[in-house]
Each structure stands twice: as structure tokens, then as C-alpha cells.
Design a protein around this ligand. Structure first.
Ligand code: 3PG
Length: 385
């Protein structure tokens, strides 16, 4: 892949695709992790004397229809408040727009444009006409073949990878392709079904697999225990059994249960064999969390995606906290990815202690699954020409 850092950007019209798809509440950015990750790229382009334009999607609006709730204005406000960049939001840019050297134009949500999601060629050519150099830096959206992540790069005069994208590919490649062993993967979250391909992929490369959250409830059910009203997927019990045969998966021995799914529900600690029909498993029990922490302690590489319980509720956050702290304290090369995982890391302020935090959610999972990311494939194809 051609790298942005190898190019002379001075005086050039540089169009950077970032993933600024950040959570927003009441018009304010509530997690700035993706913006912070994109800033070094944007600042480097400005410092190099480029005429910088940045584009991104935000959420999933209906194409062809402006909707304020999906505007990038809150991101622009964040940049104005927290950086000294000269930033401005541009609504109409498809027919042509040019930045001045020293300023940064943020192009309004690309998903307002008809043809964006379908990777429409006409739209991609219009984006390409805006620039001399296209920089694909949105690792979080690299698994989407859309006009702003893929098509534009096919038609732009020059297409290259930005430092964030390159950094993500390097870090994830290091963890997956030639990891220091043991490699322990920890996969939490609500459903086995949405993570089945990633669990399968990990079953081939990880030395140990730890499951958490709703996913581990399905494994508990597969061992023949009553899971009461817990989130689980009965139809995936055979898959859970298959994975348990393949791999060393630490067993859930105790759990924290509640009768109601809400913030003030007290957590009751129980042996895994004692869950009642009207109870819901919402977290690991202390012994299970300790066992998992011990497994993590022996790891040389750790890959983490998905919380181990309902960590948004303080009474059911302990399992995820123990895991997060064990990863933070470990000397292993640790990688974490996914929105909930990042929120958990932020909750206990541990981001400095994780070796690498990926900005990818879906893209992170697809990379781990060994799938080709279309935006990366496009950059490779251009580099091969
Ligand atoms: C993400 O949040 O995973 C990326 O920004 C991609 O968003 P999408 O799933 O709406 O394409």
C-alpha cells in the first residue's frame, strides 16, 4: 500500500476519509476516541501544506435526505473547541469545493449523498474530482465498499493509506499473524450468532478462548445448566458444544443474577448450578472472574472484544472490570476493539494501559475473521499497478 507519509502533500488538494462516526447525545460528542485517533493524520496533512478536506459518515441516515441528527456539525464543534485547527463544515461539495492551505473543510455526512452506500461510480468520480490525493484513513469503515471508502480511491489521481489505517493494520497483523504465545482471545457481548464467524476464526489461532456476557450464557446452557431468563441462544447450543470440544474455554463456575433488568437491581452471587427460572445471569461471579484473570495473566498476546456482563449497570460491572484490569496489568501485547469494549475501558480509565485500541467495530471483527477489507483491497490493487 502507498502511504500518505511517502507523499509530498504541499499545495495539493488532499481528501481524507476518516471514520468520525462517533456517539452523539443532545448535539454533543460523547466519546471522542475516533476523533482523537484521526487527528494526527489531519494535523500532519495541514502541517505539510495540503489543502485538506475530510469526509466521513455518521450513523445510518436515509440517503438523499438531510437530517440534523446525522449532521457532522457536533464533530466540527468538538474540533473547534478542542484543537486549534481552522475547521468549517461544508454542506454542498459534490459539484466542487476547494480548501485553502491551512484550513480543514469537513464535508457533511457522505451518507446524505445518493449512491454512497451502493458504491455508485458516478458519485465516486465526483468525490475523486475534488482531490489530487485521496487518503483512506477510516479503518473503522474499511470493511464497507462504499463510494467514499472504495470507489473514490479507484478514480482519484493518487490513492494512499493514512497513518491511522496503516497503524491499525500493523497492530492487528502483529497480534494475529505471528503472535507471541499463548494468545488468549476474550469475546463477550450479547449473542453467539453475531460473533460465530469470529469465534470460529479464533478457534484456529488462539491458544485459549474466554467467553463472556450473553455469549457465555449460551455456553452455560450447553453444559446442561438452567439459565432461567438469561439472554442466550438455545439454537446455538450445538455450536457452543463444538467450540468447547475444539478449545480450552474456562468454565463459568459462578454468576451474578438478578430478577429485573435495571440499574438498581441488586446482584446475587450464585453457583452456576443454582440459577432459578425467574433469574437472569448478568455477570460473571467472583470465582469465574478470578479464573479468567488468571488465564489472562499467563497470556503473551490478548485480543479483547465485547464486555463480560451488563457493565452499564454498576451492580453487574464487576466481571468486566476484573477482566479489563487484568488486561491492563498484563505485560502481554493487548488489543481491544469494538464500541462497548472501548466504553468499558473508558469507564475505568484504562486506555493508557492497553497496548493498542482499535477504532474498528465491525472492521475489527472482519479483520480478525481473516476477511479482506474492500478499502484495503482497493489500495493494494492501486499499489500493484
Ligand atoms: C462502525 O461504527 O462500525 C463504522 O463506523 C461503520 O458503520 P456502519 O456499520 O454503519 O457501516
Amino acid at each position: 500500500i502507498l502511504k500518505m507519509t511517502e507523499l509530498d502533500l504541499a499545495g495539493k488538494r488532499v481528501l481524507i476519509r476518516e471514520d468520525l462516526n462517533v456517539p452523539i447525545k443532545d448535539g454533543k460528542v460523547t466519546s471522542d476516541a475516533r476523533i482523537r485517533a484521526a487527528l494526527p493524520t489531519i494535523k500532519a496533512a495541514v502541517a505539510a501544506g495540503a489543502k485538506v478536506m475530510v469526509m466521513s459518515h455518521l450513523g445510518r441516515p436515509t440517503e438523499g435526505q438531510y437530517a440534523e441528527e446525522f449532521s457532522l456539525q457536533p464533530v466540527v464543534n468538538y474540533l473547534l473547541e478542542n484543537t486549534d485547527l481552522k475547521v468549517r463544515l461544508v454542506q454542498d461539495y459534490i459539484a466542487g469545493v476547494e480548501a485553502q492551505a491551512g484550513e480543514v473543510l469537513i464535508l457533511e455526512n457522505v451518507r446524505f449523498n445518493v449512491g454512497e452506500s451502493a458504491d455508485d461510480e458516478t458519485l465516486a468520480k465526483k468525490y475523486a474530482a475534488l482531490c489530487d490525493i485521496y487518503v483512506m484513513d477510516a479503518f473503522g469503515t474499511a470493511h464497507r465498499a462504499q463510494a467514499s471508502t472504495h470507489g473514490v480511491g479507484v478514480f482519484a489521481p493518487v490513492a494512499c493509506g493514512g497513518p491511522l489505517l496503516i497503524g491499525e493494520l500493523d497492530a492487528l497483523g502483529k497480534a494475529l499473524h505471528n503472535p507471541k504465545r499463548p494468545l488468549v482471545a476474550i469475546v463477550g457481548g450479547s449473542k453467539v450468532s453475531t460473533k460465530l464467524t469470529v469465534l470460529d476464526a479464533l478457534s484456529k489461532i488462539a491458544d485459549q478462548l474466554v467467553v463472556g456476557g450473553g455469549i457465555s450464557n449460551t455456553f452455560v446452557a450447553a453444559r446442561g445448566y438452567n439459565v432461567g431468563r438469561s439472554l442466550h441462544e438455545a439454537d446455538l447450543i450445538p455450536e457452543a458444544k463444538r467450540l468447547m470440544d475444539l478449545l480450552d474455554i474456562p468454565e463459568t463456575v459462578d454468576v451474578r443474577v438478578g430478577k429485573n433488568f435495571n440499574e438498581s437491581e441488586p446482584a446475587v452471587i450464585k453457583d452456576v448450578s443454582e440459577v432459578q427460572d425467574d433469574e437472569e445471569i448478568m455477570d460473571y461471579g467472583p470465582q469465574t472472574a478470578e479464573n479468567v484473570a488468571a488465564v489472562l495473566k499467563s497470556a503473551k498476546t490478548i485480543l479483547w472484544n465485547g464486555p463480560c456482563g451488563v457493565f452499564e449497570f454498576d451492580n453487574f460491572a464487576k466481571g468486566t472490570e476484573v477482566v479489563a484490569r487484568a488486561i491492563a496489568d498484563s505485560d502481554a501485547f493487548s488489543i481491544a476493539g469494538g464500541g462497548d469494549t472501548l466504553a468499558a475501558i473508558d469507564k475505568w480509565d484504562l486506555s493508557d494501559k492497553i497496548s493498542y485500541i482499535s477504532t474498528g467495530g465491525g472492521a475489527f471483527l472482519e479483520f480478525v475473521e481473516g476477511k479482506e477489507l474492500p478499502a484495503v483491497a482497493m489500495l493494494e490493487a492501486r499499489a500493484a499497478k
